[in-house]
Write a protein that binds this ligand. Structure first.
Ligand SMILES: *C/C=C(C)/C=C/C=C(C)/C=C/C1=C(C)CCCC1(C)C
Length: 262
């Protein structure tokens, strides 16, 4: 949580860049939520579990973006005489993001496993281990987020959190690969794409976490972080979900023949 305890000033451009980014992400979450609901009848019964997860993820994230957006608007006020924005309301609350991740990250990982429709014992073991690791990754990151940006505490908590991040990557890129042998080629390449999107977009979060250490201007650091998180969230949730839906459609077609064409 970036609790700004002293007076911060944002230029017009800085304030609006974050305002527009947050508003855009809210729209993307809302639109993908409606899309996932509408596509439901075209997805077979066996693929519904993964579809429900992706629908919940964008619903939860959409709700939190609304709260983050409101918090942003409440904590800065336009100073007409100066032509910039002054931090004058309650502190901008970034705890919403951590609550959001605590719920959506295990769901996203379960979605990636469920979309493959492996044997239940295999899926269960993967989902439990990925879920527990993700709770540790986020839970351990949070105390560091509260610590000062140049503190050792931030590095230590961030480092512990990263160990669990590496474990998740190990499970996805080593263990999961072993189970991909039985998947049809098109599904294999889509799962490959999902894993790469996951890797590249999830790296944004630890980078944004450590960034304030290297950007000394507090306002710039805040703006860069918020825009970084916003972009990562659009790719990691709606876009990731869209790829999962394409896999579900392919699997539905496989079961029901061509009549299930989109
Ligand atoms: C939709 C939200 C997603 C996919 C959030 C993902 C968040 C992470 C991968 C966070 C990772 C962190 C570290 C690896 C170290 C520093 C602390 C965190 C929590 C930012």
């Amino acid at each position: 949580m970036t609790t700004v305890t002293h007076f911060m000033v944002l230029s017009n451009g800085q304030f609006n860049a974050v305002y527009n980014a947050l508003s855009f992400v809210f729209a993307a979450m809302l639109a993908s939520f409606v899309f996932f609901l509408l596509i439901r009848p075209r997805i077979s019964q066996k693929n519904q579990a993964a579809l429900i997860l992706t629908t919940l993820v964008v619903l939860i994230a959409g709700y939190h973006y609304l709260r983050i957006f409101n918090s942003w608007n409440e904590s800065f006020h336009y100073a007409a005489l100066r032509g910039d924005y002054i931090q004058s309301g309650p502190p901008f609350n970034e705890a919403y993001r951590y609550v959001d991740w605590l719920l959506t990250v295990p769901l996203l990982l379960a979605e990636l496993v469920l979309v493959l429709r492996l044997k239940w014992e295999e899926s269960r073991s993967l989902i439990i281990r990925l879920g527990v690791a993700s709770l540790f990754m986020i839970g351990l990151g949070y105390p560091g987020e509260l610590a000062a940006s140049d503190s050792t505490a931030r590095l230590v908590w961030g480092g512990l959190s990263t160990l669990f991040f590496l474990y998740i990557l190990y499970v996805l890129f080593v263990e999961l690969t072993r189970t991909l042998g039985n998947q049809p080629p098109r599904v294999k390449s889509l799962v490959g794409a999902m894993r790469w999107i996951l890797l590249v977009t999830w790296l944004v979060y630890p980078i944004a976490y450590i960034l304030p250490r290297f950007i000394s201007n507090e306002a710039t650091a805040l703006v860069v972080r918020q825009i970084g998180y916003s972009l990562a969230d659009v790719l990691a949730k709606p876009l990731f979900g869209l790829l999962a839906v394409v896999i579900m459609i392919l699997k539905t077609k496989e079961e029901e023949g061509e009549k299930a064409l989109l």
